[in-house]
Ligand binder design. Structure first.
Ligand code: GDG
Length: 685
């Protein structure tokens, strides 16, 4: 696979140097630098990214700042990225966007490259909705819409993916089905892809001569003491201070270890321009000084503290030398250090102490897992690690090593890219069912060729858009004119609806079409005469009305609709989550109530409906077809009750589902506008 890395080069580049840098980056690193203004970068990177998103997504809401200017810059920089990528990308390129700095980019790119294959991966945790909702409403909507521009969205763990889906539902109202979300007619996928490391690189380096030399040099200084090691960027999310307190507690509860262990604490400078990080650096320096002063002796320094970055060989040597890796983040998307430590241990010795708050904890169950907020747990884990027999060390380490070896960085990339291709293919398969181009003309021709025709059209969501209040969905003038013109001696038009016959009758007064109300309980002929051809009981309604009224009281914004042969609890206007949860409860409640009654319970679009069994749009459609004996049948609908109708049609019929994906219909259209477009063509002949 040929690839180009596009990104900010890490420093401001003078305008006259941009071209040269581009050449160099492309040839040397297959990279495409996106130059940005220094002030923008400051507000973007230190501002919105690292003073708003980073603390919030790592569960430090009190550290988060909310600056309008930072947000505006975040938006502007995202647009600059978008422009650069649009100029760079070729038509069939796949675009993989990484991390919280670019949450808005997928949707921006989608607007410019509608058919592009776009993947997104978040390297940090996605927080629970209660934390995510701290963001101002507008921002959080835009951020989620931004991410949803991608075809595939990846997270390190199942939990983060669930948090994201939950926030999408609570913020934007999009429901998901096993990680698939329908966003404006496109089916998007959300999945977890735990990141891997370049295992072989560490494994081989650990046995190399260079690392052996590095290790020997270090051993000279450290003596034969047992080494506890940690490396992180300086960040409050990494729990460095908690770790030190844990170590101090260990030295206090096990004084016999004084002089026998050394903690090598490597802290890599990071985000030094952000105040919070400067303050933390100070605290860290003080705490290290305090512990070394209190516990150390003339010939022993408990903590060897380095505030710098190390070379790769130095790092591997430290991993290899260490008896214990002490990794204690308070929150961490994954934590690669844990995996790198395992990969640098070909001899099979060493103990990994890992915080349960790291994404890596999900895969590394054999590690000694600790809660970093509990100092004593850290101290006890250190004791257990330092006294663990070699045999047990190996028994725990080897299976983790094998896992990290198998699910390495390459595997991560190929799995993600394969899933992106699958997501795209699926979209492609679904779009072949779109009623456009040739298939559209095919339907028009079939229609023309037939002597007698019947059109079976659902109303809400099919001929008109869904409304928050059922009473607000009256037909517009154009629709009435369209339906009137469709009804001819050769063509029978049926509006097949679950609505009550009073509303339908009122709305279609004087329009000479047939109406089927309450899913088939009522039938109106072209002259406007209603009949109820079935003998149905209504007694059950008295038993259930009271129960359903309780739900209306418990869920603000929900309402009860009573029809002749059904009761419907609508919750479109209620809190989305509460509504969905109570709908399940009601369905369950009603099912146990109605075991002996001749009724059925239907979970519809933001509604739970209870009605007499045997009355379905399927039965109504079959009766209409028998009556009309047509050569051409077209049925259109948008929800589960219309699926009954699609299933009941003969093979030759044309069925069209509006805005859905999982349907028995032979074709689909995006919305009621597209359907009306088709119907307009069916007026002729
Ligand atoms: C984010 C998420 C997620 C560090 N110091 C030196 C050095 N490193 C290397 C380590 C490791 C990497 O940097 C740090 O990775 P982490 O995973 O520990 O943490 P973040 O930088 O916060 O990364 C994190 C990650 O993205 C991947 O998705 O795991 O949760 O926060 O590879 O080895 N390397 C060298 N010298 C150093 O001084 N050579």
């Amino acid at each position: 696979m040929e690839f180009v890395w596009a990104g900010w080069p890490g420093a401001e580049v003078a305008a006259e140097d941009v071209e040269e840098l581009r050449e160099l980056a492309l040839h040397a690193h297959s990279a495409f630098p996106i130059a940005l203004d220094a002030t923008d970068m400051d507000r973007f990177y230190h501002g919105f990214c690292n003073s708003t998103l980073w603390p919030l997504f790592h569960y430090f809401p009190s550290y988060a700042s909310y600056s309008e200017e930072d947000w505006a810059t975040y938006q502007r920089v995202s647009e600059q990225f978008c422009e650069a990528i649009v100029a760079l990308a070729r038509p069939d390129d796949e675009i993989w966007i990484h991390d919280y700095q670019l949450l808005l980019l997928p949707a921006l790119l989608r607007r410019r490259l509608p058919n592009a294959s776009i993947g997104f991966f978040l390297h940090i945790p996605f927080p629970s909705f209660e934390v995510f909702r701290q963001l101002p409403t507008r921002w959080r909507r835009d951020l989620l819409e931004g991410v949803l521009g991608a075809d595939l969205m990846g997270f390190h763990t199942h939990d983060y993916a669930q948090h994201f889906l939950h926030s999408v539902f609570r913020t934007l109202g999009y429901e998901h089905h096993l990680g698939r979300i329908n966003v404006g007619g496109a089916l998007k996928r959300v999945e977890s892809f735990p990141i891997g490391i370049d295992f072989q690189r560490f494994w081989e380096a650990a046995s190399s001569q260079e690392v052996a030399a590095e290790r020997a040099r270090m051993s000279q200084g450290l003596g034969d003491r047992q080494i506890i090691f940690s490396v992180d960027r300086l960040d409050y999310s990494k729990g460095i201070l908690h770790r030190l307190r844990g170590f101090e507690a260990f030295l206090t509860s096990h004084p016999e270890y004084r002089g026998k262990v050394t903690f090598v604490l490597l802290v890599v400078p990071s985000r030094e321009e952000v105040d919070r990080y400067q303050r933390m650096k100070q605290e860290l320096d003080e705490l290290v000084g305090q512990i070394n002063g209190a516990c150390g002796s003339v010939d022993w320094v408990p903590i060897v503290y380095q505030y710098r970055s190390a070379s790769f060989n130095e790092l591997v040597a430290l991993y290899n030398l260490a008896s214990v890796a002490l990794i204690t983040p308070l929150r961490d998307g994954m934590n690669l250090v844990a995996k790198e430590f395992l990969a640098s241990k070909p001899q099979g010795d060493g103990v990994l102490i890992l915080s349960e708050m790291a994404g890596a904890a999900r895969e590394l169950g054999e590690a000694l897992q600790i809660n970093p907020n509990h100092t004593r747990e850290i101290a006890e884990a250190l004791f257990d690690a330092l006294t663990m027999p070699l045999e047990e060390q190996e028994r725990r380490l080897r299976p983790m090593q094998e896992r990290v070896r198998t699910y390495d960085a390459t595997r991560w990339v190929t799995t993600f890219m394969a899933a992106l291709r699958r997501a795209k293919e699926r979209q492609g398969r679904l779009s072949t069912r779109r009623l456009i181009g040739n298939s559209f003309e095919h339907v028009v021709q079939l229609h023309r060729a037939a002597e007698r025709r019947v059109l079976l059209l659902d109303y809400d969501g099919t001929l008109v858009p869904l409304r928050d209040r059922p009473g607000d969905a009256a037909p517009d003038v154009e629709l009435l004119a369209l339906l009137r013109s469709l009804q001819t001696p050769r063509q029978a038009v049926y509006v097949v609806s679950g609505r009550d016959h009073h509303s339908l009758g009122k709305w279609f007064t004087g329009i000479p079409i047939r109406l089927i109300a309450e899913h088939g309980a009522w039938l109106r002929d072209v002259e406007g005469n209603w009949s109820a051809p079935k003998i149905l009981s209504q007694g059950w309604k008295d038993q259930l009305r009271q129960l359903m009224e309780q739900y209306v009281e418990r869920v603000p914004g929900s309402l009860l609709e009573e029809k002749d042969y059904s009761l419907v609890w609508h919750y479109r206007l209620a809190d989305a989550e509460l509504g969905a949860a109570r709908a399940k409860e009601l369905t369950d409640d009603v099912q146990s109530f109605t075991a002996n009654l001749d009724v059925q319970v239907l979970d519809g679009k933001k509604a739970v409906e209870i009605r007499n069994s045997g009355v379905t749009k399927g039965v109504a459609a079959r009766e209409a077809i028998e009556r009309e004996a047509p050569g051409f049948i077209l049925a259109a609908g948008d929800d589960a009750t219309d699926e009954d109708m699609f299933r009941a049609l003969p093979q030759t019929a044309i069925s069209v589902c509006v805005a859905g994906f999982h349907s028995n219909a032979s074709y689909r259209v995006a919305d009621h506008v597209e359907l009306r477009g088709l119907l307009t063509r069916l007026r002729a002949g």
